[in-house]
Design a protein around this ligand. Structure first.
Ligand code: NDP
Length: 447
């Protein structure tokens, strides 16, 4: 049970946003941390910050009609939730997946506010997407869908207003089609209006790698803070998309041995360490399925259909697929197998019960809004490069990313310490992210 003020606000959130369990979960988790600062900040209550923070500034829902390869008209639903612009233009990805609905977009947008605040860069929070499923669609179908989606979305965007990027189901191909249509509709080469662009047309080096690299760097920082490291340790990774692939790469560079990857059909275990080149060829180039990795690798690598990747013993876990993919039972298995650190590459991949298991076991746990902030941080670096008509080197950009991740890590640790909860990165991330946004909202008056 929350304290009475927070509970009252939370009840209102439940009433106003019925049937959106992921959104409720995200709000509740932040509220639990805010209990620790209720008494220190009466001004937040006085200015109605909590209720204003939970209510998006704007929510856009639109029809996306398009014609498939058989000449049949299809209709999807498009969303953009412009959540909070206290610190800068709305910033956050677009997700194309059949599970997308308003509640999912709101949970992601809400998380994004605090994540973006933690980066220390001038970006507000937003998120969007569609229930369109790109799996099995031809390039032509994906292009026509993206063009129709942007035909509506473009009127809400702008480099000082709202700057989308990729997420599940939205990679370089989709960003290309979206940017092309934006450019055509507006007759402007406004590069800073979308991030995750191709390197030849306004993209930034390291953006593709940034989320996965950042999650591994965050894990490394948590390990170092306890006198440990990646060196020679088994690393379990879920997913095999953008975040997972580059979490694997950075974990390898840090001396770890990633041994798993997954998709929605099952997972592979490769006791000799994942062959990243082969995995990239199958997933990034051929857009294939994860079992093909085991088929082609030989070497004892095996595919497990369905099941849980978290059954594989590992010292470090990097969940990098989707929300609520790691349950309480999975967390108990990981703890029993001696996991030292869990760093969330995905957004909210661990259920609240799983997080409790890690906290009680003393496992270092990095919540997504801190651990996967490297992606959006590098998007903000892409915007900086676009604004100054410049392109930075890989080394320079990676150095900036590493600095940002280290800063987020120390901010979380210091905030947790200040609140009497040493080592609690959840509390540290929620409170540090929240305070900056809340203070800016007070400065602006009731708007
Ligand atoms: P991709 O679409 O590139 O990859 C997603 C991966 O997760 C795929 O392997 C996919 O498998 C798997 N997956 C998706 N849904 C499910 C499911 N319901 N059950 C099991 N596996 C699933 O997405 P990203 O790598 O970009 O995103 C992964 C996570 O990281 C998301 O939570 C996203 O919000 C978060 N994130 C991404 C950022 C980015 O920069 N891209 C930034 C910050 C967070 P399949 O192909 O079978 O669906």
């Amino acid at each position: 049970m929350l304290d009475s003020t927070l509970q009252g606000t939370f009840d209102q959130v439940l009433r106003r946003n019925a049937g959106e369990p992921e959104f409720h979960q995200a709000v509740r988790e932040v509220f639990e941390s805010l209990e620790l600062i209720q008494d220190r900040h009466p001004e937040y209550q006085e200015h109605g910050i909590l209720m204003r923070m939970c209510e998006p500034e704007r929510q856009i829902i639109f029809r996306v009609p398009w014609v498939d390869d058989q000449g049949v008209t299809q209709v999807n639903r498009g969303f953009r939730v412009e959540y909070n612009s206290a610190l800068g233009p709305y910033k956050g990805g677009l997700r194309f997946h059949p599970s997308v609905n308003l509640g999912i977009v709101k949970f992601l947008g809400f998380e994004q506010i605090f994540k973006n605040s933690l980066t220390g860069l001038p970006i507000g929070g937003g998120k969007g997407g569609s229930d369109f499923d790109p799996h099995g669609r031809s390039d032509g179908e994906v292009m026509r869908f993206c063009q129709s989606f942007m035909t509506e979305l473009h009127r809400h965007m702008g480099e000082y207003t709202d700057v989308p990027a990729g997420d599940i189901g939205v990679g370089a191909r989709e960003i290309g089609y979206l940017f092309g249509q934006y450019k055509r509709l507006t007759n402007r080469y406004e590069a800073g209006v979308l991030t995750g662009k191709g390197l030849d047309w306004g993209g930034s080096l390291v953006r593709k790698e940034a989320t996965g690299y950042g999650a591994a760097i965050f894990a490394d920082e948590m390990l170092k803070a306890r006198g440990s490291s990646f060196e020679g340790k088994r690393v379990a990774v879920s997913g095999s998309g953008n975040v997972a692939l580059y979490a694997i790469e950075k974990a390898q560079q840090l001396g770890g041995v990633p041994i798993t990857a997954s998709d929605s059909s099952g997972y592979v275990v490769d006791e000799n360490g994942i062959d990243l080149q082969l995995l990239q060829q199958i997933k990034e180039v051929e857009r294939g399925r994860i079992h093909e990795y085991a088929d082609r690798r030989g070497n004892g690598a095996r595919f497990v259909k369905g099941g849980s990747v978290w059954d594989v013993p590992a010292a470090i876990a990097l969940p990098s697929a989707t929300q609520n993919e790691l349950s309480e039972a999975d967390a108990q298995t990981l703890v029993k197998n001696g996991v030292e650190a869990v760093s969330e590459g995905a957004n909210m991949p661990c259920t609240p019960e799983a997080v409790t298991v890690f906290r009680e076991a003393g496992t270092a746990f990095g919540p997504g809004k801190a651990a996967n902030a490297g992606g959006v941080a590098t998007s903000a670096l892409e915007m900086q490069q676009n604004a100054s008509r410049d392109a930075w080197s890989f080394e320079h950009t990676e150095r900036r990313l590493t600095e940002i991740m280290k800063n987020i890590h120390s901010t979380c640790l210091e905030t947790a310490e200040e609140l009497g909860r040493p080592g609690d990165y959840v509390v540290g991330a929620n409170v540090a992210g929240f305070r900056k946004v809340a203070d800016a909202m007070i400065a602006f008056g009731v708007i």
